[in-house]
Design a protein around this ligand. Sequence first.
Ligand SMILES: [Zn+2]
Ligand SMILES: [Zn+2]
Ligand SMILES: [Zn+2]
Ligand SMILES: [Zn+2]
Ligand SMILES: [Zn+2]
Ligand SMILES: [Zn+2]
Ligand SMILES: [Zn+2]
Length: 902
Amino acid sequence: CVTSDPQSAINDFCSLAAMRRELRLRRTAALLRTKRIVGMTVTGASIQRDILRLVRPSLLVVEEAAEVGEPQLLACLSPSVQHLVLIGDHKQLRPPTESHRLARYFDLDVSMFERLINNGISYDQLALQNRMRPELSQFLRDIYPGLKDNLPVVTKHQATPCVAKSAFFWDHSEPETGDRSYINKEEAERCVALALFLISQGVAPSRITILAAYRSQTALISQLVRQRAEQHQHLFPEYFANRAKAGGSAGAAAAGEAEEADDEAVESRGPPILAHTVDVYQGDENDFVIVSLVRSNEECTVGFLKEVSRRCVAQSRARCGFWLIGNADCLTKEVGHWRTLLKSMREAGCVGKQLPLRCVLHPAETQLEASDAASVPAVGAKFCTLNCDMMMECGLHRCPLPCQPRHSHDRCAVRSEVTLPDCGHRAAKLCHQSLEELRCCTMVDFAFEACGHPGRKECWQPEGQLQCLRPCDRDLPGCGHRCQLLCWERCAPESCAQCRADEAARNAELQARRQAAQDEARREAKVELEAIKKQMDGCVKRLELTRDGESASEFLDVEDRVLKYIRAEHSWYPTVNRVEKVLNASLKRKFLSYKSALMFEPDRCELKFHGTSAEGVEGIITSGFRLPEKAGMYGAGIYFASDSSKSAREIYTKGSNMLMLCEVLLGRSLTVLGATKDTYNFKRMRQEKYDSLFAPRNSRATNGVMNDEFVVFEPAQAYPKYIVHYSCVDGSAALKGLPTVLAEGVTRINRPQRHEVDQNNPLFVYWSLVNSRFLSGLTTHGITVTQVQVNQNSDLLAKFEARRLKAGAAAKAPYGFTWAADQREAESVMKSGFSPAAVSGLKFTQLPDLQQMRAAVGGRLALLCKLLPSRHAGSGDPGAPWSIDSPDCAYPRYAIHFSMAG
Ligand SMILES: [Zn+2]
Ligand SMILES: [Zn+2]
Ligand SMILES: [Zn+2]
Ligand SMILES: [Zn+2]
Ligand SMILES: [Zn+2]
Ligand SMILES: [Zn+2]
Ligand SMILES: [Zn+2]
């Protein structure tokens, strides 16, 4: 709720807070009341007296009650307490007061415990002490006159032989320094030197406490202890292990927890040796206690050492050994209880300027009287020169080492010869070793299981883990070379070192040859370049090649290339009419200098087709190829084909009836199987070290060359060498009305001369179709058709058509090639059909097969027949020949005469 008056809101808040406090108090008290014993510190109890009031305890037990100030104790006494039990020692230190005056003038340092005793209340006193060895407790008789030792308990506490006296007052007259809190440097050094001596003689650091009368002295001692511990880390293994662990975990802890982890680490590891003021150590105990009394001055002022209770505390902390370091004269001059103590100690021979130190193992033989810190044997100093001679843990042998440095006796190194139970060999054994952990190192012979070769091993080694390291030396299957592996390695013909070396040599040679070929190509290009610089002037020339005369062979080569690289699916039946050779010195120079300088593989230069419009042809021969602006299927390059019929397609030529046959520097080709669009350009090709892009259009084709497409991205890589002028007929349309023009019987059509070419002459159409059909199927160059004979034989045709009707309307009738030995045989077949006797041996092929012809007849006459084959093409291997069942299944339509160059 909201109230407009701030004062009343504050009042409300305060009363609510008080109510909340009260409720929490009640809840805690209710919980505590269910417990039988509640433990608290006196301070805690006086702060929480509200709770005590609610818990209402009837019995109160106070421990160390002589150290509790009366006002504090009164605060803990609630009205419910019916029984108060105080346990303590009023001979020891009194409760501290805030100021000295409170104690001096108002006795506020007198505990209720002490006051009640002083006032004669009855009390019980401990009769037996359980802490100190008797030689320690005897010097407390002036304080506790009736105290007896509980001998069965206290004699179990072992004194150390390192110090001849387990209670000793090490007297000196080194002066103190300081005015309010005093220090005594020599004493601090003595304390630490004595502690280190004890530790190096085998006493655990945790069993030693150093007490000092003044806080400054304690600080000095702690500092010395840390310094020495760093110097002698091996004496404090536990301390440094803890520190490393705590350091590691503190480092790993998250930033927020780091502080906590650090505190914990400090807590867990403590100092290397405990050092405290006497007052703080009240109530605690340890095995060995070294006390620095500090005070040493000419005035013999001893400050609060005057109080017997402080001496009492200092003197009663040790169980096994107790050494006081101080100035005896200074202490005894004014203070009676110190005189009493020193007197009794002196009588027992336990006071001296020299501390009697001994070797822990040889106390009788070594006697060292330390007169100051410097004469206490330093860590590592060999003050005992005797042999150790302790019994080893085996119980059979004595330790052969020198007494110092200290060492353990658990691994007895005495050697003996034993017989091993498993193999019977003799072996050397150290006393602490068991027979089971011995490895028999005797060398033994054995045979490898896999190869039977002899081997040598140490007796203990399992045979299965060893490998025969002899050279294998077997002859390898496959290549017959000597195996160069080791015996255990598996012979593998594919890893034959000799074969690999041979192959590497072959590859290197091949590489060298390729390199040489390329160097040669470059050199030739340079030579040619030099030559044309002189030969050709700047203008473009077009040289007409002719079918006869000097240029005939070049003409025929070009024509041959056009007619041979026709793909059936393009249905293109051309006749080459003219061939022009282009001479453009400037383009040729660019081409040659590119070839000689920039090609990765300059030795691969091929003639390829390029189809373009009439203007395109003019542009190219005048100023060379140009890169297109738009990227095609394989990028913005210049495209070339191996197939004339592809370049001649209408989309490229646009009716020009011209083809360009170009020299193209293909060089090193990058084969790409799919469209690459913009991926490649000139820069990228150079980066990847390719000269051209190669796209095989139909990977299933057996003759890959007929399917290719090539792309170059540098115009200088192509030189337009020839312009081919052709004419062609649309085969299917042209033939439609033709048969009627042919007379019955054989019509002979000779190869037309150039001036005889007539697109409208049906005979020329026949010639053109058969000519290109025959040449396009050949894989050999240099063949010229000289005459085509067309057979019009109604009788044979009727028989063939009747047969075809029987086979069904859908039956296909492809054309197939076969061969005739000579003109007579050809005429006979064309007149009367194949003889029934020859039918079974007849083979027809889709493409003319010159090899078959040579093997079969050696003649130069091909027959192209219409067929009803018994095994139909298109199933299985397309190149497999057809056969026929009857003479009626083949109609011999054409005979082809041809000549071969050379
Ligand atoms: Zn010794
Ligand atoms: Zn030893
Ligand atoms: Zn032994
Ligand atoms: Zn053995
Ligand atoms: Zn072997
Ligand atoms: Zn081998
Ligand atoms: Zn080989």
